[in-house]
Every structure is written in C-alpha cells, then in structure tokens.
Design a protein around this ligand. Structure first.
Ligand SMILES: *Cc1c(COP(=O)(O)O)cnc(C)c1O
Length: 442
C-alpha cells in the first residue's frame, strides 16, 4: 500500500517510512491510497470469532500488503492481551469498555500496536531507535507502557515537573528498563519545544535515530478501528447489530477517524456521534459548516481539551471536505462540566454504572440522540478511578482503585531532572548515545 499526505504534496510513501517518520515532509498527515473492503463472509461469521481473529482480519485489510501474516498476527495478539467488554448500561445503550489495558485508558491499544510495528520495521537497521515524547499526562503513560521492553527502542518521556497528577506520574516514572522519564523544570509547552528542537538539531539526528510516538502516527491511529468491529461482533451475537449508532468522546479525533475507516471497510454502522466537552470546534463545524480552531479550555474531561484537533484534516480528506457528506455519517454533541458531572451522578444513581468524565460525554449523547429502534454504543475511554478526585467530589463517596493502578502507585519513582535548557538536554542525549551499545541491537 502507498501512502500520501493530507496536504497533497508528498505521495507514494511506503508503510515503513510513514510509521518511522510519523508526519509527512509537507507537514500533512499520512493517508492510505485506498481503503480495502472486508468480504461479506467476514461479517457473516464475525460473531463467532475471537477478538484476536477479528482484529487480525482488520489489520490484514489495513497492513497485510506490507507485513507477512505471521508477523502481523504476532503484533495483533501481543497488542490485545486484555479484554474489551461490551456492557449493557440500560435498555438499548451499551458501554464498550476500552480501559482494561495496562494504563486503564484506550490509548493503550494504539501505543502497544505502534511499538510492535516500529520494532518490526527497524529490525536489521543496526541502531537503536529513540522515541521522544512530551506529555502533560495520559499520552506519556500509554506510550511508556506500550513500549516497555520492546527491543531496539528506548523511550524518553519529557514531562513538566510538579504539573502532572501523582497517579499519572507514577505510570511512567516507575517502569525502568527502556523507559526514561525526564522531569523538566518548566511547563508542558517547554517539554514540547525541547522535543521539537531535538528533531531539528543536525548533530543529534546524525548521531542518534530519533522519532516520535504521538497520535498522528498511522500505526497508533488505525488499530483503533478494531474496537468498532468488536462492538459489532458482540452485538450481533445478541441479535442487536442493526440500526447501530456509535458515540465517541473526541479530543484529537483519532478514535473517530479510526471509526470512519471501519465504516469505509464495510462495517454496517448507521451513524456516529462525535461527543465533545466545551472544546467544541468540530461540533460548531457540524452545525454551521465553518471550522474555526481556537485555544483549548480546561475541563474535567481533560484528555479531550483540544482546540485544534489534528485528525480533522484526515476527516476532511475522507469526505473531500464536503460538509453534507460529513453530516450524513456524523452528528455532534457538546457538554460543559456541569452537564458532565450531572450525567455521572445520574447514571450512577439510576443504573449503578460508573462513568468517567470522557465516557460521560459520549453516554449523554447516546442518551439524548437515539431514534426509534436504534441501538447505541458509547466508548468508555478511561477507567473512572483515573479521575478519582473528580468522581469522588461528584458522587460524595469514595471509589475503589483497581489493582492495576495500585501497582503503579506503590512503585518507585525514577527520573532524570533537567532544567529545560536545550543545551543541557542535548548534552544528556549525546551521553546516552555512548551507552546505546550496552542495550540490545537488531
Ligand atoms: C485521548 C483521549 C480521548 C480523545 O481521543 P482522540 O482520539 O484524541 O479523539 C478521549 N478519552 C480519553 C480518556 C483519552 O485519553
């Protein structure tokens, strides 16, 4: 398969280059030249298949031209070592729980898949790949855990000292092995600036192989389409797969873009709801046809606090920027913090189901937006315990921390403290090159 950029200048790129580079040279995002349909036979049998089998068939349609069946099967099964249950919340509304991975958030699947695909593509290159990631919290933990112990790759997580929650910090500072946490004396933007400067520094890039692992990378984005096929498979086994509406809590719109790919591959989903918090630029686009990105505002669903969603360009490419066609597949919804808090409280009282603030936006949208005879699935993207203080203040009661989170909390924090000056960061990285030899090479 060949890939081209959403900016239309760069084209004819192979999958390995698209994954290793992440971003096209014209600063656009990579898109595959075509999207393969899955055959009827697959959809007829999907309810009899395991998660691994479903995901492999989808991965094969996406990546099968460029990776052998046995390698791709291994990448898929190593990625999906946990469950993705579909839970009935009430009547015709189901939660697809995407938070049973190592960091209890849905980014685990994309991060784990990307780590393994990168490992596959760098085999034989003879040098270590160094992944630099700046994080304000959740991305760092998913990437660190996704890349943990992946041979040939070392991850440096840059985070602002004192500005991430204790649980988040523990999730990427206690791992050791090939994960190094750099505690930067500065804010998130300072961390991001250091990463950008490193990529542009000729001496560094000539001496060490650097790449990023942010959500614009196709290898992180596309595996998220597994979720939608899996939701459909589970509903089909209950005879409820017709008139299916799927509601997605959106930030950078990667998850929804993967959903749109699933539909193009033939998955019979009637429509999608893009659920936003107060950062509602795409909601406004759906209502008016006008797209006006603006700075983000802070909300209690903070992983969705994005004012200029990076994957919007991919959605425009998929629909040739035609507003009417976009609206035929996607409707929008947006909720402020009060509405989110009220939904968490009400759902818990009425159904016993504990929503997290992100899933709550998607739940509200299905609750309000379903028509006669439709079945709604909303994505629960994080475990509520990751937002313990917020949830406890809404419900006025204590909530349980699952063992998987507890395990991180009791780990030992190990970081390298840096000042935020690029000179110091560069010297640190250059010293790291000298130690590369003691780690595993391909
Ligand atoms: C990242 C994230 C989102 C938003 O996903 P996008 O793919 O960026 O739209 C929603 N919920 C949680 C918990 C997240 O971490």
């Amino acid at each position: 398969m060949k890939y081209h950029s959403t900016n239309g200048i760069v084209g004819n790129i192979n999958l390995d280059e698209a994954v290793i580079k992440g971003l096209a040279a014209d600063k656009g995002l990579f898109m595959p030249e075509n999207i393969k349909q899955l055959p009827d036979e697959f959809f007829e049998r999907i309810d009899k298949m395991s998660l691994d089998e479903v995901a492999y068939r989808v991965a094969d349609a996406l990546f099968g031209e460029d990776i052998t069946a046995s390698d791709l099967k291994k990448i898929v099964s190593e990625t999906l070592s946990f469950n993705i249950p579909l839970v009935c919340v009430k009547e015709n509304i189901f939660a697809l729980e995407l938070f049973h991975g190592p960091t209890l958030a849905f980014k685990d699947v994309g991060a784990r898949f990307m780590a393994r695909m990168l490992r596959h593509f760098i085999k034989g290159r003879g040098s270590r790949v160094n992944v630099l990631v700046a994080t304000s919290g959740d991305t760092g933990s998913a990437v660190a855990n996704g890349f943990l112990n992946v041979e040939g790759v070392h991850v440096y997580i840059l985070y602002p000292k004192g500005k991430v929650s204790d649980i988040q910090e523990k999730q990427f500072t206690t791992l050791g092995h090939n994960i190094t946490a750099l505690e930067i004396d500065g804010c998130f933007d300072d961390c991001q600036a250091l990463v950008k400067s490193a990529f542009m520094d000729e001496e560094l890039t000539s001496k060490m192989f650097l790449t990023s692992a942010n959500s614009i990378n196709l290898a992180r984005l596309l595996p998220q389409s597994f979720y939608y096929f899996w939701a459909y498979a589970q509903l089909k086994s209950m005879g409820l797969e017709r008139e299916l509406v799927v509601s997605v809590p959106c930030g950078n719109f990667g998850n929804l873009t993967a959903a749109l790919f699933a539909k193009r591959m033939g998955l019979p989903i009637k429509r999608f709801i893009a659920a936003n918090n107060s950062n509602d630029v795409v909601y406004n686009y759906l209502q008016t046809g006008k797209y006006n990105p603006r700075p983000s505002v802070a909300t209690i669903a903070n992983a969705m606090d994005v004012g200029s969603p990076s994957n919007f360009a991919r959605i425009m490419t998929l629909y040739n920027a035609d507003h009417a066609s976009v609206c035929a597949d996607i409707t929008g919804a947006a909720y402020n913090d009060n509405q989110i808090a009220e939904a968490i409280e009400k759902a818990y009282k009425e159904t016993g189901y504990l929503l997290d603030p992100h899933g709550a936006c998607a739940y509200l949208a299905t609750n309000e937006g379903l028509g006669e005879g439709e079945t709604g699935v909303f994505l629960e993207t994080a475990h509520p315990a990751k937002f313990k203080e917020t949830i406890e203040s809404i419900l006025q009661q204590e909530i349980q921390i699952p063992d998987a989170l507890q395990k991180f909390i009791s780990g030992n924090k190990q970081t390298v403290e840096l000042s935020g000056s690029f000179k110091e960061f560069k010297e640190y990285l250059l010293k790291e090159v000298l130690h590369e030899g003691s780690e595993i090479y391909y």
